[in-house]
Design a protein around this ligand. Structure first.
Ligand code: KIV
Ligand code: ZN
Length: 388
């Protein structure tokens, strides 16, 4: 089996759906160009039929992006597919992503159609999309809650109709990893033509399991992951790109799973998306949170100074952060104070460490975090005392 994992970024489509205010065309292009530098394989640029602004931004992105496949979303309806085809025809190659719901609750309550009618709609949408491009993705919306027999039938029909990627979304973030991996395994066991398409997953994070579910799917044969920068997306968001990519890089080498992502661009990408989307990143967020590479307890700081991998499972440099942070608080030990003073240019012979450390602790108890300028003030004060 091919071990290359296709990274499909949907920050500009699923991610953008979650924002209080839409991004401008210029901002979308800025994010798309950054995603291209990051090395994503597919950029889902928007939903062209949804508004003239979306159409324009998908068109511009399709024109400007050269090193990633640009994709537009459409319902399984001809006008949506036509809008996608027209918006992206400026590019040499592009992907149309069409979808329809497959779970009983969506088919009965939302679509109010029979299962046979839904299969027919999917098949005719895929065939119509193939008139524009040979790269057609089909999604079974709410696949996580779809009866497995019907899901198998839908996947088989979609592939026969010409879908080259079939996406299995956990639209409402309901599944758990063993169950979601089981769904993918069942598809590989039961759908006769499954090897004619790439199986993709698109997991939402309502239970905080989007990354775990996506990994489980990869373990069972999926080879495309749909994700977003900082995990933005509908409700609790989508699988976070930085988390899945760094998990594959840090832990899945033994399975040989690789991506084309240049992880050194991760931090910059996260900051750009956070800023333009006006969505702050929580400080304890894995990989890109402000605390992800900062150490506070004295024991940890001492360990990191002796060897970074004592408390870091990846380097800050590997995700584009210059250096880790050792917070100076009342929990910091002498070792880190001496180290910080050396970084600031003060040799051990220029101060009395016992004195400085005692004043440091007094200040830290009052102030919380002690900054470099505080430390330097303590040092000058101590030197003056000795000169008097
Ligand atoms: O969550 C979902 O099911 C989607 C589809 C359109 C892929 O976003
Ligand atoms: Zn989604």
């Amino acid at each position: 089996m091919n071990n290359q994992v296709i990274i499909f970024d949907t920050s500009l489509r699923d991610g953008e759906q979650a924002l209080a205010a839409s991004l401008s065309v210029k901002e979308k292009l800025q994010i798309a160009l950054m995603l291209e530098r990051l090395g994503v394989d597919v950029i889902e640029a928007g939903f062209p039929v949804s508004s003239p602004g979306d159409f324009e931004s998908v068109q511009l992105i399709a024109k400007e992006v050269k090193n990633a496949r640009v994709c537009g979303l459409s319902r399984a309806l001809k006008p949506d597919i036509d809008a996608c085809g027209q918006a992206m025809s400026v590019a040499d190659a592009f992907r149309i992503h069409t979808f329809i719901a497959t779970s009983d609750i969506h088919v009965d309550t939302k679509l109010r159609k029979s299962q046979d009618e839904v299969v027919e709609m999917a098949v005719s949408a895929i065939k119509h999309a193939r008139k524009y491009t040979d790269d057609v993705e089909f999604s079974c919306e709410d696949a996580g809650r779809t009866h497995i027999d019907y899901l198998c039938r839908m996947v088989e029909s979609a592939i026969n109709a010409g879908a080259t990627t079939v996406n299995i979304p956990d639209t409402v973030g309901y599944t758990i990893p063993s169950e979601f991996g089981g769904i993918i395994q069942n598809l590989f066991n039961r759908v006769p033509n499954i090897d004619k398409a790439i199986i993709s997953v698109h997991c939402h994070n309502d239970l905080g399991l989007a990354v775990a579910n996506s990994l489980s799917a990869l373990e069972h044969g999926a080879r495309q992951v749909e994700c977003t920068i900082n995990g933005i997306g509908e409700r609790a968001g989508n699988c976070s790109l930085e988390e899945i990519v760094m998990t594959l890089k840090t832990r899945y080498q033994s399975l040989g799973l690789n991506t084309n992502i240049n992880s050194h661009e991760i931090s910059k990408s996260s900051k750009l998306v956070s800023q333009l989307c006006n969505m702050p990143v929580q400080s304890n967020k894995a990989i890109v949170g402000a605390n992800a590479f900062s150490h506070s307890s004295g024991i940890h700081q001492d360990g990191v100074l002796k060897g970074e991998n004592t408390y870091e499972i990846m380097t800050p440099e590997s995700v584009g952060i210059n250096k880790n942070v050792l917070n100076l608080t009342s929990r910091s030990g002498r070792h880190v104070i001496k180290h910080r003073l050396a970084e600031l240019g003060y040799g051990a012979d220029e101060y009395d460490l016992d004195n400085i450390y005692t004043s440091f602790l007094r200040l830290a108890d009052k102030k919380g975090q002690v900054f470099d300028y505080d430390l330097e003030a303590l040092l000058f004060f101590d030197q003056q005392k000795h000169e008097q």
